[in-house]
Design a protein around this ligand. Structure first.
Ligand SMILES: *Cc1c(COP(=O)(O)O)cnc(C)c1O
Length: 347
């Protein structure tokens, strides 16, 4: 049966807002549940039908599990191999090594724009230009970039860009995948069902145009209305203001934390988002986090969904203090004072 002409989808507003915010076309933006889904969509619809034994997927040492495990699943099923680009002690990518690793067998590069552990902001534009010269398709994980600075996806020149709504003041269960039009047209759908079709019969199905082809089922309408509101909010603040404010908080926090005896910071990239991963000599990360919590300070302790990165640094866990535009200088000071207090209890 041919489906009746539909009124504009309820997610149209959010799609348009997000597209303007990221400087891309709305019809190249697939709305989905977040970065994990977005990257899996690339893995199952783009990579799985194309890659074969002898091909290589290049990732970096600082990836979130969401940008590692889907590629391992693809590698297992296609016979492709995963190659890991190294980082330096300060948490920056070794760009010469990365470019040298872009050999003829590499078909795909999956790289985070900003590390959720180290804060490192990778020069995505330069890296994508090098990859493109060599015919390597690029997937950028923008989960931690979009909330903290102005991201112009068109200027980056990648093939795919993934983001997640709940990291950018939006509701959980929202996010998007931006993809070049030619990829969206060539890719088979990943999930089948309603909304993603034009016509269905038992002789066959005509799929809807992208991006709808990849948005089967009733959309998360409430969630995307919320994401649209989040984009309006960030837009009104101005991402340049968000970035400047967070840079100032990071500089202050780093200066103060460097005064704490025995404290080691993981990640000192010159281009860095406002997260500080650290350990204090002689104190377990989880113990410190628990004591800080009792002082009213919320930090995260653990592996931050980045086991391979922590393995490389040779530590079981770190603490991570994350700052955003709504934090204050005074909160940084109270955090450091609380840390000085509780480390004495453990030391
Ligand atoms: C949070 C995060 C993800 C995963 O996002 P989900 O919303 O859980 O899909 C991936 N990469 C980075 C860098 C993240 O910070």
């Amino acid at each position: 049966m041919r489906s009746a002409p539909r009124p504009p989808t309820p997610t149209k507003g959010a799609r348009g807002k997000l597209a303007r915010f990221l400087n891309v076309r709305g019809d190249e933006l697939v709305l989905c549940s977040g970065t994990t889904f977005a990257i899996n969509l690339v893995a199952y619809s783009w990579a799985l039908p194309r890659l074969k034994a002898g091909d290589t997927i290049l990732v970096s040492r600082m990836e979130h599990h969401a940008n590692i495990v889907p590629w391992q699943l693809v590698a297992e099923r296609t016979g492709a191999t995963i190659k890991v680009a190294g980082i330096r002690e300060d948490g920056t990518l070794d760009l010469d090594a990365l470019h040298a690793a872009m050999t003829g067998d590499v078909k795909l590069l999956a790289l985070t724009h900003t590390s959720n552990v180290l804060g490192t902001v990778n020069p995505a534009r330069e890296i994508c230009r090098e990859a493109r010269k060599r015919g390597i398709v690029t997937v950028i994980d923008g989960s931690q970039a979009v909330p903290h600075r102005k991201v112009d996806i068109a200027a980056i020149g990648c093939d795919f860009y993934a983001l997640t709504g709940h990291k950018m003041c939006g509701p959980t269960g929202t996010g998007a995948l931006w993809a070049r039009r030619e990829h969206l047209q060539a890719m088979p759908p990943f999930i089948g069902g309603g909304e993603m079709i034009k016509e269905v019969s038992f002789d066959g199905t005509v799929f809807n145009d992208p991006p709808h082809k990849f948005e089967a089922g009733t959309p998360n309408i409430a969630g995307f209305v919320g994401l649209g509101a989040a984009v309006d909010y960030l837009d009104a603040l101005g991402m340049a203001n968000v970035e400047a404010r967070e840079a100032e908080l990071l500089a202050h926090a780093t200066e103060e934390l460097d005064k704490v005896e025995g404290l080691r910071i993981f990640g000192r990239a010159p281009e860095k988002a406002a997260v500080v991963s650290f350990l204090v000599e002689g104190a377990h990360a989880h113990d410190l986090a628990t004591l800080l919590d009792l002082e009213g300070v919320a930090v995260r302790s653990g592996q931050h969904c980045a086991h391979p990165l922590l393995q490389w640094y040779g530590v079981a866990a770190t603490l991570r203090a994350s700052f955003a535009f709504y934090n204050t200088h005074d909160e940084v000071d109270r955090f450091v004072a609380a840390l000085q207090k509780v480390r004495k209890l453990l030391g």
